[in-house]
Design a binder for this molecule. Sequence first.
Ligand code: FE2
Ligand code: FE2
Length: 146
Amino acid sequence: MSSADRLELHHLDHDHAALGTALDELERNLGRLVTAEDFDHLDAIAHLIKHEVTQHFPREEALVATVLGEDSLLLRHIARDHDVLGAEARDFFDLAERIRTEVLVDRAEVVDAAAALLRGLRRHLRMEEAELVPALRARIDPPPPG
Ligand SMILES: [Fe+2]
Ligand SMILES: [Fe+2]
């Protein structure tokens, strides 16, 4: 495997670690969304999700396609997850936009949508750390023979 793949895997590790930390922090503070004035927390969640959907997902899929193959089961599995999370993210962005434009939105609905999305991202991250990352590492950095 090429050193570019190794570098991409390193980047993916770094992104996953940052995502884990951000999820902890955002979930701990979900209650702040109940306060109508707290746009900062809403922005923080929206920013994280935007990074995941627009940067992390495509980059990850490209690495998996290169290392495990376009037809690999794992690629199909994560791409399906990315599609579902992407659709949920679009709904969340709509909701956030309605709040910003002062359309009356039930705060409980916002908290539920954010909580569900963060839970979905965490489930996805756990699956990738358990299945995807080891499979990539085994191909990129195989243990020495013997
Ligand atoms: Fe992913
Ligand atoms: Fe990932």
